[in-house]
Every structure is written in structure tokens, then in C-alpha cells.
Design a protein around this ligand. Structure first.
Ligand SMILES: [Fe+2]
Length: 290
């Protein structure tokens, strides 16, 4: 069987979305002088060669947050821009014990095996190599940092909740918001703090991003390309209602999650650790079976 390659499509002028085996999206944004790579995927294939086949401009690489499906490929690059709050989890044990450990990359990549035909992927669970993060230069970014690509610029906005260092990037010239996983059909809020604080932390950033609504029409996320603005509005309403107590968790199934979830409109929030531990990606294909 032919091995799949990354699916690449131009989604807006000068923006390519790279789909990594239906697990996640990375984006390459090209300006007149430089390009910006947003996220690196799980690092299952040679993503760097994909980047260099798309753009011949000098480029920087930024990660929207430190999770395995966004930072798994950072070992292919010399320098990574990322929020400072998300660096320690990446560098724990020089990467071996951190969020992009081989164990975590294998576990997450079960999603790829669940949604692609057996044997079609150019990797196996045994082919993941450890990423030694001691050789990577991390450049800390925070609110207000601007990537100037020449003729287009992307401004960093902090939106903690899904991780402490989650960021969004706003391309005002082209009216596009890159939201990482902060806008998501099933938003995972895994931080160790009381539920209302977790939701409140996310909502604080979300209200700020909502206030920028006059400056974007299109939202590209780590898993939805493009994401409907209505999903973001449903997430905000969910968060407001959960905080004021008018919305309660229910026992539900949404894709790979089954358990106590918040649900409003198109949006789900998962806060229970057991939902994360027991997630089963096969449910994405056959939800009725579970
Ligand atoms: Fe994530």
C-alpha cells in the first residue's frame, strides 16, 4: 500500500495548511521577506522538508503551545519560538520525560492509526526517536510580540487555559486568527486548579480575543481548518454559563471522550482527568460502538 504523505493545501493567499494524517494542522505563512511556520505536529515525518518545499524564504518556527501534537516535531528545527510558560514541560529530562517524550508521541499517534488504513502511514509506533531538547534554542515570546514577515505581520496574544503558555496569532492585514487548540470542538482544560478558575482563565483570554473580532473573519486552529466563528461563540457562552452555575456537566460522549463533559451548542469542555486518561481515538470512527 502506498504510504500517505502530508496533505498540503493553500487555504488563503500565502497560507498553506499541512494536515498530518488527520491528526493535526500546521500552517506556513509567507510574507514578502520571511515565512512563519506555526506548529510542528507530532514529528512523525520529515515536516522540515515539507516546509522547505513550500517556501523558499527564510523562516521562523513558532509553537502555539507545548503539547505533543504541536511540538512533537521541534527536533527538526534549530530554534523554536514559544511562550516561556510552556518551555519547562518540553525540556524536562532534556525532552525524554517531557510532553514530547516517545511515550506521549506514541500514545497520541494512536489517533493517526485510528483514522487511517492500517499500514498506510509512513511510520509505526516503533519508529519514534527521542527528541533531545537540549540542542534546541527556545526563544520566549509573550503578549505583543510581533512576527514581521514583510507586508504581513502576526501579533501574539496570550490565551492560557489549554496550557499555561497558549498563544493565538493575529494577522490583521489578512483578517486571520491562528488559535492553536484554544478554539476547539472539545476544549481540554487540564491545568491543576479548581474548575471555575480553569474555565475563568480560558474565558479571560477568550473575551480578549472576542474583543478583537473586528480584525478577523477566519479562524485556523490546530485541528479545524477553518473553524466556524460560531464554535468560538458557543465556547464563550459555555464558559460563562459554567461559571455562573446555569450549566452543569453531563455524562456524554464526544469523539474520543466519554464521561462528564460540559456541552453547549457546538462546544464541549473536558476538565476531568479520567476523560484524558481513558480517551480512545477509535471512537472518532465508530462513536456508536462505544
Ligand atoms: Fe493541545
Amino acid at each position: 500500500m502506498d504510504k500517505k504523505s502530508y496533505e498540503i493545501k493553500m487555504v488563503s493567499k500565502g497560507i498553506w495548511a499541512v494536515n498530518e494524517y488527520q491528526m493535526d494542522y500546521m500552517y506556513i505563512v509567507e510574507g514578502a521577506e520571511r515565512s512563519l511556520v506555526i506548529d510542528t505536529g507530532t514529528g512523525t515525518g520529515n515536516f522540515k522538508s515539507v516546509v522547505e518545499s513550500i517556501t523558499d524564504k527564510p523562516y521562523d518556527v513558532v509553537c502555539t503551545h507545548n503539547h505533543v501534537d504541536h511540538c512533537g516535531g521541534i527536533g527538526q528545527f534549530e530554534k523554536i519560538y514559544i511562550h516561556g510558560a510552556d518551555i519547562p514541560a518540553l525540556t524536562k529530562g532534556n525532552g525524554l520525560d517531557g510532553t514530547i517524550s516517545v511515550f506521549n508521541r506514541r500514545r497520541y499517534s494512536a489517533r493517526g492509526f485510528a483514522v487511517n488504513p492500517e499500514g498506510s502511514l509512513p511510520f509505526t509506533l516503533d519508529s519514534f526517536e527521542p527528541v533531545d531538547t537540549s540542542g534546541i534554542k527556545f526563544a520566549e515570546i509573550s503578549e505583543g510580540f510581533v512576527f514581521d514577515l514583510g507586508g504581513r505581520s502576526l501579533e501574539v496574544f496570550e490565551m492560557p487555559g489549554h496550557s499555561l503558555g497558549c498563544i493565538c496569532l493575529l494577522d490583521r492585514e489578512n483578517r486571520i486568527l491562528f488559535a492553536g487548540d484554544s478554539i476547539s470542538k472539545i476544549l481540554i482544560l487540564p491545568l491543576d486548579m479548581p474548575d471555575r478558575e480553569r474555565i475563568g482563565m480560558w474565558l479571560g483570554g477568550a473575551e480578549k480575543i472576542l474583543s478583537l473580532r473586528p480584525f478577523y473573519d477566519t479562524i485556523y486552529t490546530g485541528h479545524i481548518c477553518p473553524a466556524p466563528v460560531e464554535l468560538f461563540l458557543d465556547q464563550i457562552e459555555l464558559a460563562r454559563r459554567a461559571i455562573n452555575g446555569s450549566l452543569k456537566e453531563e455524562f456524554l460522549q464526544a469523539d474520543e471522550f466519554k464521561g462528564m463533559l460540559y456541552h453547549y451548542g457546538q462546544a464541549y469542555f473536558t476538565l476531568r482527568e479520567e476523560n484524558l486518561k481513558t480517551r480512545d481515538y477509535r471512537r472518532i470512527l465508530n462513536p456508536e460502538k462505544y
